[in-house]
Design a protein around this ligand. Structure first.
Ligand code: BGC
Length: 269
């Protein structure tokens, strides 16, 4: 099936096991790109291709909402829709804006985006929360019960906390103070790049952040996400914290998949 011949139904008969196939649409909003795709919720796999447009600059609510609408229209999708946002979102309300325009703060993302889509219902959740939901159900945390913490290492550090499948949203561990410094200023992958650090040096900073988190909430597993998780073999073995750390498995589809998972449920309370 191609990305453009999707139906608007969220159920359709005919999966391999004869059960109904549940589908939802996910959109991942990042500082540079806005990408979307149809997700098979039985498997966590994309149905057809992803479609990506550049994030408009400045990334204001109305410009981003229009780009989201263009991605949705590309697929002709009218079913459940989940959208990630790179900051704190509670019940659709945006509270922070690090890599998008500051005018997002105080807006209701759910309403702004829905208005561009003729009132189609939309769920909006934090980007790392979406990735965590997806990794926990279909990816690196699939067989793990208990408390899973996903961290995304990129421009900043995003976090997701999931307990036996239930997300505790908006944890924002990237902004924890660790040794007198915000965790993301200490150990985001952008810091490594900017300072020209080796993996050894950077892994020391990541360890400090992981230890601060594990001393506070004692997870069973950390999942390391973000672009640098593709090179996990170069730095995960260098970490010296006590909780096991595994690399994210879904790579750059995790945000889309997690957004689609959230599409029918409000996970942003
Ligand atoms: C934001 C988080 C976000 C993360 C990754 C942080 O700076 O505070 O909300 O999840 O960046 O985009």
């Amino acid at each position: 099936m191609t990305s453009t011949d999707s139906t608007t139904d969220t159920t359709s008969p005919g999966t391999a096991d004869g059960g109904p196939q549940r589908r939802a649409f996910g959109i991942d909003v990042g500082g540079s790109g806005i990408k979307g795709g149809i997700v098979d919720l039985a498997t966590g796999l994309l149905i057809g291709e992803r479609f990506k447009l550049l994030t408009p600059q400045p990334a204001t609510p109305s410009a981003v909402a229009k780009t989201i609408a263009a991605v949705v229209e590309h697929f002709g999708w009218t079913g459940p829709l989940g959208v990630t946002y790179p900051g704190v979102v509670t019940h659709g309300w945006v509270h922070t804006a690090a890599n998008v325009d500051a005018s997002w703060i105080g807006t209701n993302a759910r309403e702004v985006i829905s208005a561009e889509l003729n009132g189609q219902p939309v769920t909006v959740l934090n980007d790392a929360d979406a990735a965590g939901l997806a990794e926990e159900r279909y990816g690196a945390g699939k067989n793990q019960s208990g408390l899973v913490v996903l961290l995304t290492f990129g421009t900043g550090i995003g976090s997701a906390v999931i307990h036996n499948g239930t997300l505790i949203p908006n944890t924002e561990f990237g902004h924890l103070e660790v040794g007198g410094k915000e965790a993301e200023q200490r150990a985001a992958s952008s810091v490594k790049e900017r300072k020209g650090w080796s993996y050894e040096k950077w892994a020391g900073e990541v360890t400090r952040v992981l230890v601060a988190i594990e001393n506070a909430i004692w997870p069973d597993l950390f999942i390391a996400g973000g672009g640098i998780s593709r090179k996990a073999d170069k730095w995960v073995p260098l970490l010296k914290n006590r909780t096991p750390v595994v690399a994210a498995a879904l790579q750059n589809s995790a945000g889309i998949v997690g957004a689609a998972m959230a599409a029918t449920v409000d996970v942003t309370h």
